[in-house]
Design a protein around this ligand. Sequence first.
Ligand SMILES: *Cc1c(COP(=O)(O)O)cnc(C)c1O
Length: 415
Amino acid sequence: MQAGHTPKVGEPRILPIVQSTTFKYDDIDQVHRVMTLQEFGFKYTRTGNPTVAGFEEKINLLEGGAGAVATASGQAANLLAISNICRAGDHIVAASTLYGGTFTLLHSTLKKFGISASFFEPEAPAREIAKLFRPETRLLFGETIGNPGLNILDFDKLSALARRFDVPFVVDNTLATPVLCTPFKLGVNIITHSASKYIDGHATSIGGVVIDDGNFNWASGKFPEFTEPDSTYNGVRYTEKFPQAPFLAKARAQFLRDFGGCLNPFNAFLFNLGLETLHLRMPRHGENALALARFLQNHPRVAWVNYPGLDPAGRKRIARYFLQKNGSGILTFGVKGDRKAIGQFVKKLRVAALVVHIGDARTSVLHPASSTHAQLTEPQQRAAGITPDLIRVSVGIEDAGDLIADFDQALSSLD
Ligand SMILES: *Cc1c(COP(=O)(O)O)cnc(C)c1O
């Protein structure tokens, strides 16, 4: 994937790292036009940088959007998507099966800023979910693949609800990536990513990105932030001044300028490299995950295995919504035995490593009950889908036989 950087003769073939906070001008009138959004230009890396722009253009092309804004992390991407749309008094309808950090953001932290959220069980019927929408609801939020439940979103049902209530449908596509799923084709309006996972692919950098499809109508009157004058930019009205993509213009002008959650150029360079091999890595993650899931399913020390590619309901969603026949690289399973046995199993792994991360080329395991979800009580953990025996595996792109042998020897050591 070469997009995002088109060198002329004699220029570097590789997207250069522009490690500069600032950009030179010699005409104060031009600087004035740039600073007041009358003319585009890089001015200060917090609101835009050529290397970051190269990454933004590439991920935008992969998702098929109107443009993208890169952020300091996946958390910053979700905060941007929400805070660019909602203000105090507004309300969000969201799936209950979200990534823990996003759930906490919606459930607790945004509440302190006057933005509330109601959560639905993703397989609930549309008429149940519809009851959660209020006059002040401003967006519908979900994840293509829930983490750690691994449920694939019912895009048909949810995009119909978003249209019916005239709110943007925002989806975190981190676990699927545009190689497996392109949500804009499924009725989604805004996509977010934690680039720290598969996009990076090598566990080197934290970052995120928000992509807009440019099709949502922000001028309906429900979104005054877009239609009323922004006094901090000489009264600009985003829907009038930027009719192609008011969401993106406002995100850069307000979120990056004021909250400052920008991506740094070096991480953008690494994410750009990651995107160049994403189409090769994702199928391999999926094939390896399916092979390991099938092996674990038949192992006497394994109580259960959850992988969307294994069960008929998951396979049906993959066939309907995914561009490839395989799922992502994340699976969960239960080890038969107490906490001591689980500890011993993890210690015995030689290829897979115990780390708090997913989406790496190397296989990673995590025991959420003792780590990411340790602050919750056991009933709260169960409500979040975390059982005491659950191991989450981010299956890497190693040789599948080596991986299976590694899990086999670690499980067999428990006998
Ligand atoms: C990791 C993750 C995030 C948060 O991303 P960071 O880059 O760690 O801030 C958000 N959503 C999902 C689905 C994730 O997996």
